[in-house]
Design a protein around this ligand. Structure first.
Ligand code: TRP
Length: 329
């Protein structure tokens, strides 16, 4: 039997992915390769919905693609591609936009959040229709499962609604996908502010995969910890310490009690150093080196991109052809 299919996407909007991206999403992408037919996309079309610089975008797209390979996405198992290289995404998005209510799109909370600062007047229409493009990403590949964070739940609901609406009107055309929401427990927090999720917008508290090992150690050594000195997992009263313990657990998969027991009679400083070294050894060094070596061979990288896009386009073209016929093109 064919494996169930999966699609997910990540925006090339940072110079490097961070360990929160890795534990919260990319690691699941890697493991799903064994059980699913996976399509993973660097969604550069989405990346131009907010302010951007073309040169920076190009570099980030390349780096993102290299990082996906470096963390273990395998082109022999999965299809990995850059969204703008597969024209069907924009084409299907247009058709779907004609099946989306204006009010329906207007209820997307992420759009409202993202426009809160600059105001809607200064936001692009592309940012408004962003979720429709995301629906096209998913529906083109007949994905059954879409691994995403909790913040994408509403976009997945819209995708399901659009698929169902289209199917009801034209007969079965799309698989109605399920969101596969990655567990909150994998959430890594800001090292400087453990009340917030780790994010590139707070670089001092964020450990980037492309950070140099010394920089990573420094970020861990200056991590904000809590009052008291006992090292135990207690996210409410000890968010800083718990975040570090959580990072250890994310890497070693040991029981928390076992991890805690290793720090009896030790201080916060020991915990920080230990966590930093573990992250450097298990994550930063291998992924960083692999990424840099891939980026050192741009020709090879661009061949992989082209091959990925061709593989993706075969599937996407099938779906789009069907859609075009059904709507009378
Ligand atoms: N909106 C997603 C995010 O910000 C990125 C994305 C674009 C995506 N297209 C997708 C995720 C399709 C899953 C499936 O995380």
């Amino acid at each position: 039997m064919a494996k169930p299919s999966v699609l997910s996407g990540i925006q090339p909007t940072a110079d490097s992915f961070h360990i929160g991206n890795y534990f919260g999403a990319l690691r699941q992408w890697v493991s799903m390769q064994e059980t699913h037919d996976c399509f993973y996309s660097v969604v550069d079309l989405h990346a131009i919905t907010s302010e951007f610089d073309p040169k920076v975008l190009k570099k980030r797209t390349l780096t993102s693609f290299a990082q996906l390979l470096a963390v273990g996405i395998d082109t022999n198992k999965s299809t990995i591609f850059v969204q703008s290289q597969v024209p069907q995404h924009a084409q299907l998005a247009w058709v779907l936009s004609c099946f989306t209510g204006f009010g329906e799109a207007g209820r997307m909370t992420q759009f409202k959040d993202k426009t809160q600062k600059g105001g809607q007047e200064r936001s692009s229409v592309g940012l408004f229709t962003y979720p429709i493009l995301q629906a096209a990403d998913i529906l083109l590949y007949q994905a059954q499962s879409v691994p995403v964070g909790e913040d994408q739940r509403q976009h997945l609901e819209l995708t399901r609604d659009l698929a169902t609406r289209f199917n009801n009107q034209f007969g079965k055309t799309f698989i109605v996908p399920e969101a596969f929401i990655v567990k909150e427990s994998a959430k890594i927090l800001d090292l400087q502010d453990p009340s917030a999720k780790m994010s590139k917008s707070s670089p001092q508290g964020c450990v980037f995969i492309l950070d140099e090992p010394e920089v990573v150690m420094k970020k861990f050594k200056t991590a904000l910890t809590d009052s008291g000195k006992e090292i135990k997992y207690d996210p409410v009263n000890k968010p800083g310490v718990s975040n570090l313990l959580g990072i250890i657990k994310a890497i070693t998969s040991e029981e928390m009690s076992l991890i805690e027991s290793q720090f009896v009679n030790k201080g916060y400083g020991d915990l920080k150093t230990y966590t930093g070294e573990l992250v450097v050894e298990k994550i930063i060094k291998p992924f960083r080196e692999k990424t840099l070596s891939l980026l050192g061979n741009e020709k090879e990288l661009s061949t992989l991109m082209t091959q990925g896009a061709q593989k993706a386009e075969k599937v996407a073209a099938n779906t789009l052809r069907n859609v075009y016929e059904k709507v009378g093109f």
